[in-house]
Ligand binder design. Structure first.
Ligand code: SIN
Length: 333
């Protein structure tokens, strides 16, 4: 087993700077290079680290091109025998989407038995008391843990699986939750206490959404894609009608996730428009806008549900389904 931990920087608040130390909102994300961030954590000086700047962005601007590059760099480093695991610094805003994406396209064929640990910060690097250095230290500790595997996120001492992690607070340092599933573990005084098994089975769940397509097939489809399918999210809400769906159809949409109310319910008008879209060949998935819980099937369902995926993760699953279908016309996911 290798000893090297590769740290891939992508930007985010963890690499953000403000003109004043007491400014924790008016900062610019993605400014400090990954080597400099690592230098702020003296406790890492005896760990063999390799740093690589993969992107330097605010994660609200995370793009398909950046995902392609990130997945390729992860696959490259995971294949090196001296590499024990990967840590990725990432903005908090879309971390859960990147985590789910990487879990789907890397595991298990490419990830093997190694971990990919995303970490982040809620305060910029210039804050009076930045949270990034501790999160980085915790993430490396998790990546070095014997038996660590799969894609996880570490923030504020809590370890979340890629499937469950969700940002649920706009400013608290502990901004993430694993919802009903509960955290995978916690980092306590420099030790990882696991509460659940490592997410090897997560691939099954990713596959459930992507309908039993091997992750190597997904990876290849992602890497070959020049243009990504158009998949959008619409909400059900009071007075929701079909106008947005009709506008999306006119725009050439390929997939729609509807963030339904409660147990994935959708107004009659919106549902009719979504059924029309489905008939026109657009893939539709029904999730819930509730932060917790999953859509439970009922006898009256006319639109497929997202199998427990949140709207943003269902969108990633749908993107991948569509990509695979386009890349492999003989597969019918
Ligand atoms: C970002 O997502 O890049 C900015 C916000 C954050 O990291 O907390």
């Amino acid at each position: 087993m290798g000893q090297t931990i590769v740290v891939l920087g992508t930007g985010g608040t963890i690499a953000g700077t403000a003109s004043r130390g007491d400014d924790t909102v008016g900062y610019t994300a993605g400014q400090v290079g990954i080597e400099d961030l690592l230098a702020t954590v003296p406790a890492l000086k005896n760990t063999h680290l390799v740093a690589e700047q993969v992107a330097q962005i605010d994660s609200k601007d995370m793009s398909f091109a950046a995902w392609q590059h990130l997945a390729a760099r992860c696959a490259y480093w995971l294949a090196q025998s001296d590499v024990q695991g990967i840590v990725i610094t990432h903005g908090t805003d879309t971390l859960e989407e990147t985590a789910y994406f990487l879990q789907a396209v890397l595991a298990p064929d490419l990830i093997g038995s190694k971990p990919v640990v995303l970490t982040c910060a809620m305060r910029p690097a210039t804050a009076l008391a930045p949270d990034g250095p501790q999160n980085l230290l915790d993430a490396v500790l998790v990546a070095r843990h014997p038996g660590a595997r799969g894609v996880v996120a570490v923030c504020a001492g809590v370890v979340h699986s890629a499937l469950d992690v969700q940002k649920t607070h706009t400013w608290r340092l502990d901004a993430f939750t694993s919802g009903d599933a509960g955290p995978l573990g916690v980092v306590e005084a420099g030790n990882l206490r696991l509460m659940r098994n490592w997410p090897v089975a997560l691939v099954d769940i990713a596959q459930a959404a992507i309908e039993n397509v091997a992750s190597s097939t997904l990876f290849n489809a992602v890497q070959r894609a020049k243009q990504w399918p158009r998949v959008h999210i619409v909400f059900n809400h009071v007075g929701a009608d079909g106008s947005l769906v009709h506008a999306l159809l006119a725009h050439g949409v390929n997939g729609i996730v509807v963030a339904g109310t409660g147990n994935g319910t959708v107004s009659n008008d919106l549902q009719n428009a979504l059924l029309q879209a489905q008939e026109a060949g657009v893939r539709v998935l029904r999730a819930t806008r509730c932060a917790n819980g999953r859509v439970l099937p009922t006898a009256n369902d006319v639109l497929p549900d997202s199998q427990g995926l949140s709207p943003v993760k269902a969108r990633v699953a749908l993107l991948l389904q569509l990509l695979v279908r386009r890349d492999n016309p003989t597969i019918n996911p």
